[in-house]
Design a protein around this ligand. Structure first.
Ligand SMILES: [Cu+2]
Length: 512
């Protein structure tokens, strides 16, 4: 029997097209085609049998994005986005986090199973300008495409908009030997999908573009490149795609409706490969796909689109025949067992614009909203209470864990979400049941990953605790301290921050 090829996007089309926080439509930039920037791999400072040492520097710079003036951007060890970091599971990783930016930032490891709130790098772990911090951890998690981004409350969105996001690849001996393309930069490339609005002299102006339902721009930016092409020199190509946009979902497909194979989601390989012709990603979700160009020849071009807008042109060159077959079985998903007396936790994402909330509340840095014992699996029913007619998709993200999607409104999850995930798009009016277990004690945030919603308070935090041990107390950052720091950096009084456009402080629990 022929293998099933899925030709749906599996999402709520109406919510995507009609919700009232409408998107700015994408438009191909008036600029020549340019070679896709493939970020270099970050070289470790030092490596031993057991340990790896890295330095990650958040820095300001200038990037030639469009013809004419360079754009002022931020990045990690780079002027925009970053260098790609590789963390092998099992090694003891040491990272020096340096902040060379003019304002405080945090380094959030989105998708890494590390303890929160400090190593995880959410809002409680600021690194002040000119300062640095050391962290270390050992990963015990499947191979995955994860990422690093800034996460300081409440200017995460603005800092990501400036460029603070980069890929972090977790490797794991259990699956590293699978016959999948893995020659980085040649047949295995990252694609960070973002959109931006360029103002006068090719500059970004986040405040001018601000929209509480998420900032979008008309120009697609792929790994920081506009109108990119990639030279294909192998028959098979693996793309590690990240929706790194603040707000935009992507509806991806290839020219000729070319079918491709999804092999991984956010936090692990899929149990088995899934053949698709269409793929939808919501903010912060990742998908790894393999494209087989066997029916194409030197000189052909295959285009990756979102809707009708071209994102990347794959220019086909001569390649040697490669009939490697993707294995039928990729990954053994071990679902944690739920004890029958465990209640189902309900989490409600509600509202739009400034009205967004979780369980009816705005985020407060010093309030712990929930607790769950380490090692004990629990079902969470994540509800998007938006009106199914006019509401929006809220991508639900959890720190410190990887979860399984169990059902959508009681029905089977999509065929390509059977691996571990850390972000799931929840359609308006929908309840997504996920299976959550924390393996490390700590304090973790969970939130909508439309970044302006998260900055706007659609975020909460949970303490994962070890049963039979005293509850640890965390030193939690408070808004006054953060606000004073931001004011000092700008040389103004804290009460004047709102005049400097920092009005979103209010949403994060600051009293004006
Ligand atoms: Cu949201």
């Amino acid at each position: 029997m022929a293998e099933k090829v899925y030709t749906d996007y599996f999402f709520d089309k109406k919510a995507f097209d009609d919700q009232d926080g409408a998107y700015i439509p994408l438009k191909t930039a008036d600029a020549p085609e340019k070679k896709l920037l493939v970020p270099p791999l970050l070289k470790p400072d030092k490596e031993t049998e057991t340990d790896l040492y890295y330095t990650v520097t958040a820095q300001a710079g200038e990037t030639q994005i469009l013809p004419g003036e360079k754009t002022k951007t931020w990045g990690y060890n780079n002027s925009i986005l970053g260098q790609t970091i590789v963390y092998p599971a099992g090694k003891h990783i040491h990272v020096t986090l340096q902040n060379h930016l003019p304002e405080l930032t945090t380094f959030h490891w989105h998708g890494l199973i590390v303890t929160g709130p400090y190593i995880d790098g959410g809002c409680h772990a600021p690194v002040y300008p000119g300062e640095s911090k050391q962290i270390d951890f050992t990963l015990d998690q499947p191979a995955a495409t994860t990422w690093l981004h800034a996460h300081p409350c409440p200017s995460t969105a603005e800092q990501v908009w400036h460029g603070l996001a980069t890929m972090v690849l977790v490797t794991n001996r259990e699956t590293d030997d699978l016959p999948l393309p893995n020659n980085y930069g040649v047949d295995d490339i990252p694609l960070v999908l973002q959109d931006r609005h360029f103002h006068e002299n090719n500059q970004l102006d986040y405040r001018a573009d601000y929209n509480p339902d998420g900032v979008t721009g008309p120009t697609p930016l792929i790994n920081g490149t506009v109108n990119p092409y990639f030279d294909v020199i192998t028959q098979q190509l693996r793309l590690r795609i990240l929706d790194g946009a603040n707000r935009r979902e992507w509806r991806l497909h290839l020219s000729d409706d070319l079918e491709f194979t999804q092999i991984a989601g956010d936090s692990s390989l899929l149990p088995k490969p899934v053949k698709l012709t269409k793929l939808m990603l919501t903010c912060a979700e990742r998908a790894e796909i393999v494209i087989d160009f066997k029916d194409y020849h030197e000189g052909d071009v295959v285009t990756l689109y979102t809707d009708d807008t071209p994102l990347v042109k794959f220019r086909i060159h001569k390649f040697s025949e490669d009939d490697a077959v993707i294995p039928d079985k990729l990954f053994d998903v071990k679902a944690p067992k739920v004890e029958s007396d465990t209640p189902i936790r309900k989490v409600v994402m509600s509202g739009m614009d400034e009205g967004v909330a979780i369980d009816g509340k705005k985020f407060q840095m010093q309030r712990i909203d929930a607790t769950q014992p380490v090692g004990k699996a629990q079902y969470w029913d994540v509800v998007n209470s938006n009106d199914p007619e006019h509401g929006m998709v809220h991508p639900f993200h959890m720190h410190g864990t990887e979860f399984l999607v169990i059902s959508r409104n009681g029905h089977e999850p999509y065929p390509n979400e059977h691996g571990f995930k850390d972000t799931v798009g929840v359609n308006p009016g929908e309840t997504v049941r996920i299976l959550v277990r924390f393996d490390l004690p700590g304090l973790y945030m969970y939130h909508c990953h439309i970044i302006e919603h998260e900055d706007g308070g659609m975020m909460a935090q949970i303490q994962a605790f070890e049963p039979n041990k005293p509850m640890p107390k965390y030193k939690l950052m408070d808004m006054d301290t953060l606000m004073n720091a931001f004011a000092e950096e700008r040389g103004i009084k804290p009460e004047d921050l709102w005049m400097a456009g920092m009005d979103s402080y209010e949403k994060c629990g600051m009293k004006m």
